[in-house]
Design a protein around this ligand. Structure first.
Ligand SMILES: *Cc1c(COP(=O)(O)O)cnc(C)c1O
Length: 385
């Protein structure tokens, strides 16, 4: 196990290993997959929990030029780390923040007429600032609606002087390769681009997130915006288009005990002991991002809970996930694999983030972004950044 080679301090009760070489390799894979277009990377939400500053420096060192964050505060935190890159703020400007975009050289995404209006006032004095224009083609979340787009024509000075670099939209069903909606959104974006051309002048277009890249080159347009794939998440049945795993999580075995009936395990007594059972208690819980629904929430529930690996052997979680602890039925495992002071694998080569997400009724994105700050973090590779 690689854990032995890493100098983990004795105080670490759980370990989050982030493989920077895998992140690099995933980025390079996408560059090959979309060779004619720019590959921009989403580092919002602290690079999906993995450390935005580290990831930004790393990818910048291998040629990534455009980074996406959600909030202006995220952008301000990163601007000095990657001074030669463009940082695009997806949520766009509001009354209170628009000046800070200029002061910090951040690029806003303009999502509505309101944001266009705010940015217009800012750019009267700063005509050289680029912006992104986001049109809604099927998410009804961010982006100008049809109605708003039509309004741009009735007041044709609304976009004047805005210096729009990219016209973008976002796919609702990119992970479903057969969804009609993908092509509809692509066609809609291209139609809007042509319609807006007299107002915007020539602009680049962007639609695909990670999953969108694998819908085919038609979806690549001029710029793709990836996140999930870089961080090792995969859509179902990715085959040769799989990303390399980036994250591994190990947690220490605190106690191992034999329990016999009549007895129950954990809060709410949701798991009933019906035969002699060996239980390992491990140092990770929902405060470390291990989703509570990975365990047995209710007594009536028959669902398969998430698994934990000891070496190459799996064992199920029994009872509820606590704030700081997991209880695992290790009755089927040889004693020597489950010893206090040893480590259990919660996410890794045996059990991927996507596996854990499936067992927990959520998606890999949620698992990643919730991993939290308590794990002892180890970054592998990335020398010289
Ligand atoms: C987060 C985000 C992305 C990246 O999506 P992934 O599925 O992580 O590749 C792209 N575009 C927008 C608008 C986003 O919010």
């Amino acid at each position: 196990m690689i854990l032995r080679d890493l100098k983990i301090p004795g105080s670490a009760s759980s370990v989050l290993i982030i493989d920077l070489e895998a992140i690099k390799s995933n980025f390079k894979f996408l560059k090959k997959k979309a060779p004619k277009v720019e590959v921009g990377v989403s580092i919002k939400s602290n690079a999906y929990g993995l450390g935005a500053k580290t990831v930004a420096k790393l990818l910048s060192s291998i040629g990534c030029k455009t980074f996406f964050v959600s909030t202006i505060a995220e952008g301000m935190d990163l601007k000095d780390i990657i001074p030669n890159s463009r940082i695009v703020v997806l949520n766009g400007p509001d009354r209170d923040s628009s000046k800070m975009f200029i002061e910090n050289s951040l690029t806003p995404v303009l999502n509505s007429l309101n944001q266009i209006d705010i940015w217009h006032k800012e750019t009267i004095e700063n005509p050289n600032n680029l912006s992104y224009l986001h049109v809604d083609t099927g998410m009804s979340r961010l982006g100008l609606s049809n109605k708003e787009i039509n309004k741009l024509f009735s007041k044709d000075d609304l976009l004047k002087g805005l210096n729009i670099d990219v016209l973008m939209s976002h796919l609702a069903c990119a992970e479903e390769g057969n969804s009609q909606k993908n092509l509809q959104q692509l066609e809609k974006l291209i139609a809007i681009k042509e319609k807006l051309l007299p107002l915007t002048g020539p602009v680049r277009t962007s639609l695909a997130n990670s999953a969108g890249i694998f819908l085919g080159t038609d979806f690549h347009l001029d710029l793709v915006r990836t996140g999930a794939f870089i961080y090792g998440l995969n859509k179902k049945d990715s085959g040769e288009d799989s990303s390399k795993p980036v994250v591994r999580v190990f947690a220490k075995i605190i106690q191992v005990q034999e329990v016999d009936k009549p007895s129950t395990v954990g809060y709410g007594a949701t798991h009933e002991i019906t035969r002699p059972t060996r239980i390992a208690t491990v140092a990770t819980g929902y405060a470390d991002g291990y989703i509570r629904s990975s365990g047995q929430i209710s007594t009536k529930e028959e669902k398969n809970t998430a698994k934990v690996y000891f070496d190459n052997m799996s064992a199920p979680i029994i009872g509820r996930v606590s704030m700081d602890l997991l209880t695992i039925d290790v009755s089927q495992l040889p004693d020597h694999l489950v010893q206090p002071g040893g480590f259990a694998e919660l996410i890794g080569d045996n059990y991927t983030i996507d596996d854990l997400a499936n067992a927990s009724g959520t998606i890999g994105y949620e698992i990643l972004t919730r991993l939290g700050q308590r794990h002892y973090r180890v970054y592998l590779g990335g020398e010289g950044i």
